[in-house]
Design a protein around this ligand. Structure first.
Ligand SMILES: Cc1ncc(COP(=O)(O)O)c(C=O)c1O
Length: 455
C-alpha cells in the first residue's frame, strides 16, 4: 500500500507541532519510490547516497547556503549545494529578480528571446577561441549536442572519452561489452540496458593523465572526437592537456572539453583558461544559471557550422528564464569574483579536514578542485565513516558528508562553526579505528557510493 503523505507546501510555522522531524521527508521518499522509478530524477540526490532511512530527502525552502526540510527544520548545506548549481548561493536576489521580470513580462512566445543572443555573445567574449554557441537546458543534452555536431563535422563516429558526460545512449554505449549475456562495465555503476547494442564499439574510455592509453586508442580505432573533463579529481600531470591538444590537432580530431562541472569554479569561464589549452568545443552547465536550467555548447566556427548538416532543435531550448538567469549570474559572478572566493574557501575547508586528520592520526586523501573539494578516509570503512559524519552532522543542523561544492555564502564564520561541530565526529572515527564498534554508532544502513570515475 502506498503511504498517503500530505506534502506541506507552506512555511515552517504551518508545520508546527510535527513530532518526528525527519518523518515527513522519509515518508514521502518511500511513496515516491512506488511511483517514480528510482524515486527521483537524479542519482546524486537519492537519500541513499547520503544517509539511508534518515536523510530529510525533500526541501521546502532554500536560501543562501541554507535549506529547510518539509518539517521546517533548517540546515546549512555543506554538501553538494544542488549538485553544484549554485555558486552564488540558493535564491540569489539579483538573479531571482531578473527571473521574476521575465515571469512578469512573459517567458515564452512565438518569437525568439533576445537574451539568447546576448548570452552567446558573452560566452564568446569570455572564450575568444570560440565563435559560435548553441544553448540547451541540461548538461547531458549539451553533451549529446556536442557529440552530434563533432561527428557531423568530422564524418567519423568513434569517440574517446574521459569523465562523466550524462545519461544519453551515445555515452552509455561505452558500457556495452563484447558478451551479450554479460555486458562489460568500463564505467562501473552505469548500466547500459536499453542502449542499442549496435552502438557497441563507438565510444572508448581512457583514464585521466594516461596519455599513452589515449594515443593507443586513437591509433587503433579511427577516433574522430576526444571528449574529456579538463580536471575532476586530480590535476593534469606531465603536460597532459597540451599533449592531448597536439594529438587532436595532428590527427584532425575534434577536441571537446566538458566544463559542465569545472566551469566558473576556478576561473571566470572554463577551467581550460587556467591551463592555456583551448579545445575545439566546450560545454557549460550546472552553475551557469545559478540554479535555473541553462547549458551551453561553444565552439570554433568550422566545427559548429556542422550543426546545420544535422537536426538539433527543441522547444524549451527557446524559453527565456535560462538565458536571463545566466546573463545575470555571469554579471554577479564578475562583480563578486566568485571563482576566487570559492577557491579560497575550498582551500580552507581542505585544510580543516586535514588538521582533524592530523589531530586524530587518521589518513585521508584529498580530491577535486578547491571549489569542489572532497576527501576519502584511507580505510576499508571509508563509506561507513562518511555515513557516520552525515548522520551526526545532520543532528547538528548540517547537510554534510565528505565533499563540498562551495558557494560564496559559505562564509568564514560558517566554516569555523562547521568545523567545531565536526571535530568530535573525527574523534569518534579515531575510536572506531582503535576498535570501537562502528556499526553500533550507525542508526541506519551505510550510504551507497556513486559510480567509479576514470578521472
Ligand atoms: C562533467 C559533466 N558533464 C555532464 C553532466 C550531466 O549534466 P546533467 O546532469 O545536467 O545532465 C555532469 C553532471 O554531473 C557533469 O558533471
Amino acid at each position: 500500500m502506498p503511504v498517503k503523505t500530505k506534502i506541506p507546501t507552506g512555511s515552517a510555522t504551518a508545520l508546527k507541532g510535527k513530532k518526528d522531524l525527519l518523518g515527513t521527508g522519509q515518508a514521502l521518499w518511500k511513496k515516491a519510490k512506488t511511483m517514480i522509478p528510482g524515486g527521483n530524477m537524479l542519482l546524486s540526490k537519492r537519500p541513499e547516497m547520503f544517509l539511508p532511512e534518515q536523510w530529510p530527502a525533500y526541501f521546502s525552502k532554500a536560501k543562501g547556503c541554507k535549506v529547510w526540510d518539509l518539517d521546517g527544520k533548517e540546515y546549512i548545506d555543506m554538501s553538494i549545494m544542488g549538485i553544484g548549481t549554485n555558486i552564488l548561493g540558493y535564491g540569489h536576489p539579483e538573479v531571482d529578480e531578473a527571473v521574476h521580470q521575465v515571469v512578469n513580462k512573459g517567458n515564452m512566445s512565438t518569437l525568439n528571446c533576445p537574451e539568447e543572443v546576448n548570452l552567446a555573445e558573452k560566452l564568446i567574449e569570455l572564450h575568444p577561441w570560440a565563435e559560435m554557441v548553441r544553448l540547451a537546458r541540461s548538461g547531458g543534452e549539451a553533451n549529446a549536442i556536442a557529440i552530434r555536431i563533432a561527428r557531423a563535422a568530422t564524418g567519423k563516429e568513434k569517440v574517446a572519452i574521459c569523465g562523466y558526460h550524462g545519461w544519453h545512449d551515445w555515452y552509455l554505449s561505452a558500457n556495452l561489452g563484447d558478451d551479450k549475456s554479460l555486458d562489460g562495465h568500463l564505467l562501473p555503476g552505469l548500466e547500459p540496458q536499453g542502449v542499442p547494442r549496435n552502438l557497441r564499439g563507438t565510444v572508448f574510455p581512457f583514464t585521466y593523465n594516461n596519455f599513452s592509453q589515449l594515443e593507443k586508442l586513437v591509433k587503433t580505432h579511427d577516433i574522430g572526437v576526444i571528449k574529456m573533463e579538463v580536471m575532476r579529481n586530480q590535476g593534469p600531470q606531465d603536460n597532459f592537456l597540451q599533449k592531448v591538444r597536439k594529438l587532436a590537432t595532428d590527427r584532425g580530431i575534434v577536441l571537446i572539453f566538458d566544463e559542465c562541472t569545472s566551469g566558473f569554479r576556478e576561473t571566470y569561464g572554463g577551467l581550460h583558461l587556467k591551463y592555456g589549452v583551448n579545445p575545439d568545443m566546450a560545454m557549460f552547465g550546472k552553475a551557469l544559471g545559478n540554479g535555473y536550467a541553462i547549458t551551453a555548447v561553444i565552439g570554433k566556427r568550422e566545427v559548429m557550422e556542422a550543426t546545420q548538416k544535422s537536426f538539433i532543435s527543441s522547444t524549451f531550448w527557446t524559453e527565456r528564464i535560462g538565458p536571463t538567469a545566466a546573463l545575470k549570474t555571469l554579471e554577479v559572478m564578475q562583480k563578486e569574483k566568485s571563482w576566487k572566493q570559492i577557491t579560497e574557501t575550498g582551500g580552507t575547508i581542505r585544510k580543516g579536514w586535514q588538521s582533524f586528520a592530523d589531530k586524530y592520526g587518521l589518513e585521508i586523501e584529498h580530491w577535486g578542485l578547491p571549489a569542489l573539494t572532497g576527501f576519502t578516509f584511507k580505510s576499508p570503512h571509508a563509506l561507513a565513516y562518511k555515513t557516520l559524519i552525515t548522520q551526526e552532522m545532520l543532528k547538528k543542523g548540517y547537510l554534510a558528508g565528505n565533499s563540498v561544492y562551495v558557494c560564496i555564502k559559505h562564509t568564514a564564520a560558517n566554516i569555523a562553526v562547521f568545523f567545531d561541530a565536526l571535530d568530535p565526529i573525527f574523534g569518534k572515527i579515531k575510536e572506531c579505528e582503535e576498535g570501537r564498534d562502528l556499526m553500533s554508532l550507525l542508526k541506519g544502513p551505510i550510504c551507497h557510493s556513486a559510480f567509479r570515475r576514470l578521472n
